[in-house]
Design a protein around this ligand. Structure first.
Ligand code: SF4
Length: 234
């Protein structure tokens, strides 16, 4: 397995080296070495639990246009998937695994550090993907889904995971989130109300400008009740 991993990394790296023509060879080689080591460790961990969780689908797309589905899992579907009887979702699921009894686990791979606390459900609306993608998988395969999962599968992310069980509580939280989003759209009220210090590290600051926090402090707080309720969700 390590040999196959290394030869795949070498092939893909050569393709991208040709395309990107990196300016400093040493920096490029160090980055590729880091990717190679991360992939080896990811594969080692995947193989270690394969008896419990066996991969069945990679890059499963739903509701995406044809050109984005060319390299997707063969079980991908062209139509969006309806969840909780109302929301039509489009996207792509990194990995679906099954356990011997047939229930499924849905994984989204992350490359950075984990900032999501443990034991959250939707993290005040900031971590919707695990629960929503678990619901998509349940609707697509009509099988029980144990959980959605964020897997920080790099040295940077310390190979940590965050698991979001799909149960009555997470369904209820997802419903509440959708209720709040629907109301905001119906009322045409989608204010920019960043969390404290969120603008400091946001890539869109160049668009919003440096004074968004000042503008937020002038907004009428009673109109923000829904947003406050959303942020209080576990
Ligand atoms: S810079 Fe703009 S997009 Fe980014 S957090 Fe602040 S208000 Fe939101």
């Amino acid at each position: 397995m390590p040999k196959q991993n290394d030869s795949t990394v070498a092939r893909v790296a050569a393709e991208y080296r040709e395309r990107l023509a990196p300016a400093i060879a040493r920096v490029w080689e160090d980055a590729i070495d880091a990717i190679r080591l991360d992939l080896r460790e990811w594969l080692r961990r995947l193989a270690a639990e394969v008896q419990q969780w066996t991969p069945s689908h990679f890059e499963l797309a739903f509701g995406l246009p044809e050109h984005l589905r060319r390299e997707a899992d063969p079980a991908s579907v062209s139509e969006p998937v309806k969840v909780l009887g109302r929301a039509l979702l489009r996207g792509s699921i990194d990995l679906i695994e099954h356990e011997p009894h047939g229930s499924l686990r849905v994984t989204d791979h992350k490359t950075g550090k984990s900032r999501v606390p443990e034991n959250t459900v939707v993290w005040g609306g900031r971590a919707l993907q695990p629960v929503l993608y678990a619901l998509v998988t349940e609707a697509l395969f009509r099988k029980p889904v144990a959980s959605g999962r964020l897997y920080y599968c790099t040295t940077d992310g310390e190979f940590t995971e965050r698991v979001f069980p799909l149960d009555d509580g997470s369904r209820a939280n997802a419903q509440t989130v959708l209720d709040i989003i629907d109301r905001a759209i119906e009322q045409g009220f989608l204010p920019a109300v960043p969390l404290r210090d969120a603008c400091d590290t946001c890539d869109y600051r160049i668009v919003c400008g440096p004074h968004e926090n000042v503008r937020v402090s002038r907004k009428r707080s009673e109109r923000l009740a829904d947003l406050t309720a959303l942020r209080a969700l576990p």
